[in-house]
Write a protein that binds this ligand. Structure first.
Ligand SMILES: *Cc1c(COP(=O)(O)O)cnc(C)c1O
Length: 224
């Protein structure tokens, strides 16, 4: 199945009215699908796998804003550092250091979101509340001259329990409001939370950037 352009137009209208940004998550999907949304004017796409992102970036229009939304290994930062628009999943200080190092090499400042662990599952990555607090209070972030922390990102539990999801989004929003105080220059303004199944709830809890894949591109097939 190809892209659901009607769905895209409906969502984009809804979001524009609310001042929320849409990241179209195109992982595992072919270039034609990305091109189809590009032709409708969409520029922000999200990918999870470094090699796939590098290949797509090389063959698609240069004015696409590529968001890396997956778990990023330090040894792979160098491949995306030349062009990545926003790294959503910065889940350790070690990774932050490496992104800074590659930013220096590329002579560019790389925008990042700190990933916060809000889900009940152990498998999701991210800082917990105390670690975030410690990092921001330490002042060490200011030493990373080639990284700009633009906000926070989180993934809620894989669950249909609305109350649980609602709590998790609220927790993240509270971290966001608190962390914002550490960045009086206004750079810290992005709260990336919400996916196909829970974006409306995430927006109601204060999200201003959502990451939508299957709703736009159809279900993913990982077996191919
Ligand atoms: C795959 C993915 C999404 C999109 O998921 P859908 O349920 O298809 O909308 C969003 N965020 C992250 C981090 C992802 O890995």
């Amino acid at each position: 199945m190809a892209v659901n352009t009607q769905q895209y137009l409906t969502i984009i209208k809804e979001l524009t009215d609310q001042g929320v940004q849409l990241i179209a998550v195109s992982k595992t999907k072919p270039n034609e699908d990305i091109q189809a949304l590009y032709e409708l004017g969409h520029r922000d796409f999200g990918e999870n796998y470094v090699q796939e992102l590098v290949d797509k970036q090389a063959s698609l229009p240069l004015d696409i804003n590529w968001h890396f939304i997956g778990h990023l290994q330090s040894n792979k930062v160098k491949y995306i550092a030349p062009f990545v628009y926003l790294i959503h999943g910065v889940d350790s200080e070690k990774l932050l250091q490496e992104i800074n190092k590659q930013g220096v090499k590329q002579n560019r400042i790389i925008d990042c979101l700190l990933q916060i662990h809000i889900a009940t599952e152990e498998t999701k990555f991210g800082f917990d509340g105390p670690a975030l607090h410690e990092l921001l209070l330490s002042g060490r972030v200011a030493d990373y001259s080639h990284v700009r922390i633009r906000g926070l990102m989180g993934m809620a539990s894989f669950s249909e329990n609305q109350q649980l999801l609602s709590q998790e989004f609220t927790t993240l929003k509270n971290y966001f409001d608190k962390a914002k105080i550490a960045f009086p220059n206004g750079q810290f303004e992005i709260l990336s939370m919400g996916m196909s199944s829970d974006y409306a709830l995430a927006i109601s809890k204060g999200s201003n950037m959502i990451r939508i894949g299957s709703l736009l591109f159809g279900a993913r097939n990982y077996t191919k």
